[in-house]
Design a protein around this ligand. Structure first.
Ligand SMILES: N[C@@H](CCC(=O)N[C@@H](CS)C(=O)NCC(=O)O)C(=O)O
Length: 215
């Protein structure tokens, strides 16, 4: 049995949860917040979430976890069988994370957590995000899924991160930069939102947002 540790507000947590649900893997969840608590550092080397517990030990880094799940739970594969197509999925994932999400992440403090971000940071992030999203536009297929006609791990990653990228840029710049540069994202989101796994992740996230607001 896999235990997924973290919180359903985290896009990195949600990308793993989507894969677990899509692959029909039995799992439990443990609510863990990031911290520098030694007990957490013993399970996650930087005190970050998500991480998973398996019968063989603990594993951190969401992309490593996805590869582990794919290697160990083969009944429902989420990577294409051809090496090149698999690599194209990984290319999409790296592009979304390194060239877009990691920049947008610098806005989260203000966009989601009541903090503030300097105008300089906002301008820096905007420049990088525009470049990153234009690059993404050259990679996506949306036919109807991000890497082609089959739902893959790249869709799990895209669904988890697109929500945050759209929301954060809408809040900080008054415009959803993902949608503004790639309008087809709207149709893509609709296609993905019909999937029960996606609906569950969105519902769990919304429930946690409400719980936080009531605190
Ligand atoms: N590269 C890591 C990134 C995970 C990550 O950034 N997690 C955030 C929550 S979404 C976190 O734990 N932040 C706390 C921190 O940076 O100290 C992964 O892919 O798992």
């Amino acid at each position: 049995m896999i235990k997924l540790c973290g919180v359903s507000l985290s896009n990195y947590y949600n990308k793993i949860k989507l894969v677990l649900l899509e692959k029909g893997i039995d799992f439990t969840e443990e609510k863990v917040l990031p911290s520098q608590d030694p007990a957490l550092l013993a399970r996650s080397p930087l005190g970050k979430i998500p991480f998973i517990e398996t019968k063989d030990g603990v594993l951190s880094e969401s992309q490593v976890i996805l590869e582990f799940l794919e290697d160990n739970f083969t009944d429902i594969p989420l990577y294409p069988s051809q090496a090149f197509e698999r690599a194209k999925c990984r290319e999409l994932i790296q592009h979304i994370e390194l060239n877009i999400e990691l920049h947008v992440r610098r806005l989260y403090k203000e966009a989601f957590f009541g903090g503030s971000v300097s105008e300089e940071t906002k301008a820096e992030v905007l420049e990088k995000v525009v470049v990153g999203v234009h690059g993404l536009a050259r990679l996506v297929k949306f036919s109807p899924f991000i890497a082609g006609d089959v739902f893959t791990v790249a869709d799990c990653v895209a669904v988890a991160h697109f929500f945050m990228i759209s929301e954060a840029t809408q809040k900080i710049y008054g415009e959803d930069k993902l949608l503004a540069i790639i309008p087809h994202v709207a149709v893509y989101n609709e296609v993905c939102n019909t999937r029960p796994a996606v609906q569950k992740v969105i519902a769990d996230r919304a429930q946690m947002v409400v719980a936080m607001m009531l605190k």
